[in-house]
Design a protein around this ligand. Structure first.
Ligand code: GLN
Length: 384
């Protein structure tokens, strides 16, 4: 048999998605892959019903249906203050997952170096490798997951072509401060590098924190390739709607990558999602309150379990320190949690470059009943 491509041997299938399958097989509560178990807003469901009867069943414009891009441009302007031309600044993609791949392939030549903070959302290293680039890593150090500016400067000095910034950060829950982002911008400017951001949790930031849009920092727009998604904001992870937002010169190239990867995102879903993009500001305040309440329900359950963790400032993930449980590998711990406790998390090692076996990641994008049930099950950990 012919051999498959060697670049595929340097990374594994997604551990996050694998844990979802394991959870389903064992009937465990899935706090591994981050997605809600509740429905999207009624406005989206009604719009989806209407869209099924409209003329939306064939290919949309490759880089996004015009009505969707117009609504998206208005929504981005509303929150970032940036002028957005729907015909020049946007490519609509199949989730932020495709957006990240498009961004990476648009920014990098084979052999280019891409800075990735560790821990990182597992797609980033795979995205870099699949586009022929080489990920180089800069640690975010617990408990606050700060980076050392001197260490970051040394990584840039190795000739980085781009840096990936996930903000709010998956899996750490870190929300980058304006000062941190300005440090990154200054280094990116000095080394003429792109900043590829992944911001699907832009609206899930807990008080008193505030999301700072990298592209809106002074002078940042020309080198920022913002990747984003509607998945988490409107609880529609299965709709696979995301986008790249960047300067027209970048978008002109990104459109080509997107076109040859997927042609386009689902047309009826783009039509229906306009209803989400047009929701008033109060919706976003409500979303933040909803997730604040979930956080306030879940963190005490973790405390009752008796293992240390750091509180997320944004997004909905918690890295729990399981080292006191005495498992040789976090993969064993994750499996034990699924089989014996009935709750699935993600082994932390899948997010770290460093040999790290200390964490399991749990998420709390679940209904109150689900979180309560998970909390009860997690109490059993105490008797190990
Ligand atoms: N971002 C989610 C997580 O980390 C999952 C996204 C996905 O699986 N595409 O769990």
């Amino acid at each position: 048999m012919p051999q498959t491509a060697t670049r595929l041997s340097v990374f594994t299938e997604s551990v996050i998605r694998g844990m979802s399958r394991l959870a389903t097989r064992h009937g465990a509560i899935n706090l591994a892959q981050g997605f809600p178990d509740f429905d999207p807003p009624e406005e989206l469901l009604a719009a989806l019903e209407r869209a099924t009867r409209g003329p939306h069943h064939q290919y949309a414009v490759t880089w996004g249906a015009p009505r969707f891009r117009q609504a998206l441009a208005r929504k981005i302007t509303r929150f970032t203050g940036m002028p957005v031309d729907p015909d020049q600044h946007l490519v609509v993609t199949c989730g932020s997952t495709e957006a990240m791949m498009v961004a990476m392939m648009t920014a990098c030549n084979p052999g280019d170096k891409v800075i990735v903070f560790s821990p990182f959302y597992e797609n980033y290293a795979a995205d870099a490798i699949l586009s022929g680039a080489e990920p180089i890593y800069v640690p975010l150090r617990p408990p606050h997951f700060d980076f050392d500016p001197a260490e970051l400067a040394r990584a840039f000095a190795r000739g980085a072509k781009a840096i990936v910034v996930c903000n709010p950060s998956n899996p750490t829950g870190k929300v980058f401060t304006r000062a941190e982002l300005l440090t990154i911008l200054e280094l990116a400017e000095r080394h003429d590098a792109f900043v590829i951001t992944d911001e699907p949790y832009e609206h899930i930031v807990y008080a008193p924190g505030e999301h700072v849009y990298f592209a809106a920092l002074p002078g940042a727009a020309e080198r920022t390739i913002t990747c984003n998604s509607l998945s988490k904001t409107y609880s529609i992870t299965g709709w696979r709607l995301g986008y790249v937002h960047a300067a027209p010169e970048v978008i002109a190239q990104a459109r080509k990558v997107h076109d040859f990867l997927t042609v386009g995102a689902a047309a009826p879903l783009q039509e229906a999602a306009v209803a989400g993009l047009e929701l008033p500001d109060s919706y976003y305040a409500g979303l933040r309150d909803l997730y604040t309440a979930k956080r306030d329900l879940f963190l005490p359950a973790l405390r009752a379990m008796g293992l240390p963790f750091s509180e997320p400032a944004g997004a909905y993930y918690v890295l729990v320190d399981i080292s006191s449980l005495g498992f040789p590998r976090d993969l064993d711990a994750a499996e034990w949690f699924v089989r014996e406790i009935g709750v699935a998390g993600v082994p932390g090692s899948s997010f770290f470059r460093e040999p790290e076996n200390r964490y399991l990641r749990f998420h709390f994008a679940k209904r109150a009943e689900t979180l309560q049930a998970a909390g009860e099950r997690l109490l059993k950990v105490r008797s190990r």
